[in-house]
Design a protein around this ligand. Structure first.
Ligand SMILES: Cc1cc2nc3c(=O)[nH]c(=O)nc-3n(C[C@H](O)[C@H](O)[C@H](O)COP(=O)(O)OP(=O)(O)OC[C@H]3O[C@@H](n4cnc5c(N)ncnc54)[C@H](O)[C@@H]3O)c2cc1C
Length: 461
């Protein structure tokens, strides 16, 4: 008789947990996976997937306008928020169902309950009088939105979780935050005709991205009608008849129907019984793991956002897969977190892989920059004002590409391909030897021959 009820108990059925549970099950292990909300996790239920549907929905406003410039007559199309939300929810339910089926087909037991650890080998199901023993435990509980608790009236603000289910499309919204979620939702609401203000306490949006990308995107967002307030925070929020009045550190006041906070997400470790199991956390509450996603406790691992490494779905999936390969496939595998590409589904979108110019200068001293700013072909046809940015960061000592940054239509699709070359360690010479595909925007990437010298550097010598 087996010593434990399960070989593996996974807590959290999001991107990382589902992949690990499925692969471990398929290798013959006895696996259970617990989910307190809906199978699929943040990405499928209230993250990447519904957000992308909202981006698609909001882009049509621009498409209709562009169509007229290309000879189509006025469409007179109107947007129906409840109809869109219902269709979106149906698709999310379908996807969540596929996840459940895939887990069950692989042989895993799916438990719809909150799970907490009583000790390193015992999992209790909350509100159900049940405990299970497991030889190995995987923590894959993700992260949750956090708001600064000290601001009076902060409870009036919503997070991205609620933004997916607003009862009706608001007339106006103030989005607080400068990260990718804030910027993406600003584009969504603006595209859907909502008067949108984006407020961030820092000097510019998208901290961590290349400065040219940040500046370029700020200009493009403003060009599309998003009002951006930088270097400013709330002092208080107050309910009014028409919505919420925001008092700001600048001394100004702003009234909008909604205020949405997208100022960060913290690892979801509270109340999980990790202290009882002896699992060590860092100051932010993230589970500390090694390269194999193993915690300080010998039979407990953690993957995905709960470890606060690179908080993206494909990374959580690869960490979950690497864990299953190592522990149940007999092939020790550590996911390599270098050169992970990322996208921002703003309007226009961003794609980036590798080092920003600033980080590259810090790490390498001297770097070569290649840069192109141009009007996309589709816009030149009707005299559109929008601009696309492409930028390469190169190590002059080895000619290796250190970073690639794109802002403009299809940037996320392009960056996936560019990431292959950068991950392989491609040099600029190899990149340039690649023949262009014409007529595309992407061809600019392989035709940038002149090094870019910023005006201030050129002047100083
Ligand atoms: C608005 C938004 C947009 C995003 N867009 C993108 C994007 O475009 N691209 C991208 O790559 N990433 C995106 N992300 C990030 C991505 O969603 C996460 O990186 C990814 O979901 C992390 O996967 P995970 O498995 O670590 O956690 P999650 O997917 O969050 O899964 C954790 C699961 O654990 C469950 N859980 C927690 N505690 C317990 C418990 N005690 N018992 C049982 N179940 C529990 C939760 O309910 C949840 O379902 C986005 C996130 C948000 C919020």
């Amino acid at each position: 008789m087996a010593k434990f009820d399960y070989d593996l108990f996974v807590i959290g059925a999001g991107s990382g947990g589902v992949r690990a549970a499925r692969l471990a099950s398929m290798s013959g292990a006895r696996v259970a996976i617990a989910e307190e909300h809906r199978v699929g996790g943040t990405c499928v239920i209230r993250g990447c997937v519904p957000k992308k549907f909202m981006v698609y929905a909001s882009e049509f406003a621009t498409h209709f306008k562009t169509a007229e410039r290309y000879g189509w007559s006025k469409s007179g199309a109107a947007f129906d928020w409840p109809r869109f939300i219902a269709a979106k929810d149906l698709e999310i339910a379908r996807l969540s169902g596929i996840y459940v089926n895939n887990l069950q087909n692989a042989g895993a037991d799916v438990v719809h309950a909150r799970a907490e650890l009583l000790d390193a080998h015992t999992v209790a199901l909350k509100d159900r009088d049940r405990t299970f023993s497991a030889e190995k435990v995987l923590i894959a509980t993700g992260a949750r939105p956090v708001t600064p608790g000290s601001i009076p009236g902060i409870d009036l603000a919503i997070s991205s979780n609620e933004a997916f289910h607003l009862p009706r499309l608001p007339k106006s919204i103030l989005i607080v935050g400068g990260g990718y979620i804030a910027v993406e939702f600003a584009g969504i609401f603006n595209g859907l005709g909502v008067e949108t203000t984006l407020m961030y306490r820092g000097a510019n949006i998208l901290r961590g991205f290349d400065n040219d990308v940040r500046n370029h995107l700020e200009t493009e967002l403003q060009r599309r009608g998003i009002r951006i307030i930088l270097g400013c925070e709330h002092t208080a929020l107050e309910k009014t008849e028409r919505g919420i009045r925001s008092a700001l550190t600048s001394g100004h006041e702003l009234e909008t129907e909604y205020v949405m906070y997208a100022t960060g997400r913290d690892p979801y470790t509270a109340g999980l019984g990790l202290e009882a199991a002896g699992v060590a956390l860092n100051a932010k509450g993230a589970v500390i793991v090694d390269a194999y996603s193993k915690t300080n406790v010998d039979n407990i691992w953690a993957v995905g956002d709960v470890t606060d490494r690179i908080n993206l779905t494909p990374v959580a999936i690869r960490e979950g897969a690497a864990f299953a390969e190592t522990e149940f496939g007999g092939r020790p595998t550590a996911f390599d977190h270098e050169m992970v590409a990322s996208a921002v589904f703003s309007q226009p979108p961003v794609g980036a892989v590798g080092l920003s110019e600033m980080d590259a200068r810090r790490a390498y001293g001297k770097v070569d920059i290649y840069r192109a700013v141009f009007r996309p072909m589709k816009s030149t046809f009707y005299g559109g004002e929008d601009r696309m940015l492409m930028k390469l960061v190169v190590d002059p000592a080895t000619d290796r590409l250190l970073g690639c940054h794109i802002v403009g239509p299809d940037a996320p699709e392009m960056i996936q391909m560019a990431a292959i070359a950068l991950k392989m360690g491609a040099t600029k010479a190899q990149w340039d030897a690649t023949c262009a595909v014409h007529p595309t925007a992407a061809e600019e990437l392989v035709t940038m021959r002149e090094k870019y010298v910023p005006a201030n550097l050129a002047m100083s010598g």
